[in-house]
Design a binder for this molecule. Structure first.
Ligand SMILES: Cc1ncc(COP(=O)(O)O)c(C=O)c1O
Length: 382
């Protein structure tokens, strides 16, 4: 089988900007360049664009437009939710898990410096938060923020959000923040129905540009701003708004509202096809939950194959051998370790993230090449 083109399979790290998204944002650089805070026609045009985008975002995630705040990305939003909540609840407790994105731990460290107690809970073999462990921490009647990853960026596992949010009915001192950076645009989000307090995501994971994100806030009095200054975004997030990127994010959300179900089914079919092909050998372990997982995630551990051998087979394929956000550092994936993989297994694990540009042909090719590498590794060792 011959490889005709380069194949990008790292859609968890980032995605290309959709042509319609680029087209919609372009006029806001040179023609409609106004500052959304200005009180003249250029400013009003920009302000109207922000309002439209808030509606498009809110529609996709079942929130109110007034609950949508634009940030520079999920990292900022995570810090805002965790640090902003702690500034209101100095003696509060923050609960999180061992399978979060590293930005969560950074924000939790900051909150701890400010006086919060932080507890990092174990996860099960699939990377899911344990409801029993969570409930045990809620017996104490004290303001508590749970911040957890909704869809895991490494192993794809989806946390049981409905059951988690049910706990709010029993424990009124519980507030919940969901890190939905890998989920928005891929699985249905119901911010209001779940009764979440905060939810964050990033544009560049869903076909909008890098550097734009959102924090959805149920009640703006429940946390303080992170930045102060010109009073933008209802006094909650100072700094001149990045109108072109906000327009882009709105259009990407609109695209997801219109296409998510069809695209999700297409991705799930391709995902399961590749997983089944790889698992047909007994040389591969699946990481993450077999069914409760992101439509675009495939993460496996090879029992015998070392990654240098695989890289030789797939020179023109872009995939990740750990979370892109932590690549460059020599440390092994904390998520794989949290689900019980050994150091050696963590070293022999890879993640494929599929998306809009991925075809069945791409995955057929990649599947064949991986099987080829596995069989060569096996015959070499036997
Ligand atoms: C689950 C999750 N949360 C947060 C982030 C941080 O997003 P950003 O780098 O866009 O700020 C990422 C990025 O990979 C992520 O996957």
């Amino acid at each position: 089988m011959e490889q005709k083109k380069d194949i990008y399979l790292d859609y968890h790290a980032t995605t290309p900007v959709l042509p319609e998204v680029l087209e919609a944002m372009s006029p806001y650089f040179c023609s409609h360049f106004g500052n959304a805070n200005s009180t003249h026609q250029w400013g009003w045009k920009a302000e109207m664009a922000l309002a439209k985008s808030s509606k498009q975002v809110a529609q996709l995630i079942q929130a109110k437009p007034s609950q949508v705040y634009f940030t520079s990305g999920a990292t900022e939003s995570l810090h805002w939710a965790i640090v902003g909540w702690t500034r209101k609840n100095r003696k509060g407790k923050i609960l999180t898990t061992k399978a979060e994105h590293k930005a969560t731990y950074g924000a939790c460290d900051w909150a701890q410096d400010m006086g919060a107690e932080v507890k990092i809970l174990d996860v099960d073999e699939f990377g899911r938060l344990s409801l029993d462990a969570l409930e045990a921490e809620l017996k104490e009647d004290r303001p508590t923020l749970l911040t957890f990853i909704l869809g895991n960026n490494e192993i794809g596992t989806l946390n049981p959000i409905e059951e988690i949010c049910e706990l709010k009915k029993k424990y009124s001192h519980l507030s919940i923040h969901a890190d939905a950076a890998q989920c928005v645009g891929k699985v249905a989000i119901d911010f209001s129905g779940w009764d979440l307090d905060y939810l964050c995501f990033s544009g560049h994971k869903m076909y909008a540009p890098k550097g734009i994100g959102v924090l959805v806030i149920k009640d703006k009095d429940s946390l303080t701003p992170l930045f102060f200054g010109g009073g933008q975004q209802r006094g909650m997030r100072a700094g001149t708004s990045d109108v072109p990127s906000i327009v882009a994010l709105g259009v990407a959300c609109q695209w997801a509202s219109d296409n998510m179900n069809t695209e999700k089914n297409r991705l799930i079919k391709m995902r399961d096809g590749l997983i089944n092909k790889l698992m047909s050998t007994d040389l591969v372990l699946l990481n993450g939950h077999p069914s409760e997982r992101l439509p675009n995630n495939i993460n496996v551990t090879f029992k015998k194959l070392t990654l240098d051998k695989l890289l030789l087979k797939l020179p023109k394929v872009g995939f990740s051998s750990s979370s892109a956000c932590s690549s460059g550092s020599a440390s092994l994936s904390h998520v794989l370790q949290a689900i019980g993989r050994s150091d050696q297994e963590a070293r022999q694990s890879i993640r494929f993230g599929i998306g809009y540009g991925t075809t069945q042909e791409d995955l057929d090719y990649v599947g064949e090449k991986v099987l080829e590498a596995l069989s060569e590794a096996q015959s070499f060792q036997s």
